[in-house]
Design a protein around this ligand. Structure first.
Ligand code: 5GP
Length: 208
């Protein structure tokens, strides 16, 4: 059966430039002091963004922490991945998760917001860790600590489509670009990067 989903090839330089363009806004409006990268797609964008954030924030130290989540499940014996119903944790922040996040402005970073299930899961679970940590603090300090703890979201691409999960309206949300409901081919998935870039440029040329 023919693959009818439209693909959009994205190059490393495209991603780098999208991140450079939107980082000043993120620095101004959210000013993160910790990044939580969702692996594997959020790792490269988080690392690139740190370069630009450090430039915007007079070289503020910015840790990148990693979590691993998977909505797609491999089909055994094949190279095919199918969409799963549940987000699966493959890596988390460890027993001190809440302590790490508490009182900080935490920017969750992923490469793409598709159904939104992954971002919803990441945000709500990280918030649960914060609530658990708050229970260990004196009651008189909890409200101020909760207030000081913020979450924001950055994705390189947001797909313009109906989402299967919501994010709280007051969560700062930044996307490098909004695209239609296409399948994005990221450079880190390419076996031959020169061929990937060549095809990306050819696709672009054919559309102009
Ligand atoms: P969600 O549906 O939860 O928003 O996205 C789940 C995950 O599916 C993403 O983190 C990403 O790994 C993968 N994904 C969704 N859409 C695309 C796409 O267009 N291209 C690629 N390469 N991965 C995608």
């Amino acid at each position: 059966m023919a693959d009818e989903v439209e693909h959009l090839r994205v190059t490393y330089n495209d991603i780098h430039n999208l991140i450079r363009k939107c980082t000043p806004k993120i620095a101004k409006e959210f000013n993160p002091d910790l990044m939580v990268a969702i692996g594997g797609g959020g790792f490269f964008p988080a690392r690139v963004m740190r370069t630009f954030l450090r430039e915007e924030t007079e070289h503020k130290a910015l840790q990148i922490q990693a979590i691993g989540l998977s909505l797609y499940e491999p089909v055994e014996g094949t190279s095919v991945n199918v969409i799963g119903h549940e987000v699966i944790r493959t890596q988390w922040l460890g027993p001190n998760s809440g302590k790490l996040l508490l009182g900080r402005r935490n920017l969750i970073v992923d490469e793409v917001d598709d159904t939104r299930k992954t971002l919803h899961y990441a945000l709500s679970e990280l918030q649960k860790d914060v609530e658990e940590e708050l229970l260990t603090r004196p009651e008189s300090e909890r409200a101020a600590l909760r207030e000081a703890t913020k979450f924001g979201i950055f994705v390189v691409h947001n797909k313009n489509k109906g989402k299967l999960a919501d994010l709280p309206a007051d969560t700062p949300y930044f996307a490098g670009a909004t695209v239609e409901d296409v399948w994005l081919d990221y450079p880190w998935e390419a076996m031959d990067i020169e061929e990937h870039d060549r095809l990306a440029f050819a696709d672009r040329k054919s559309k102009t």
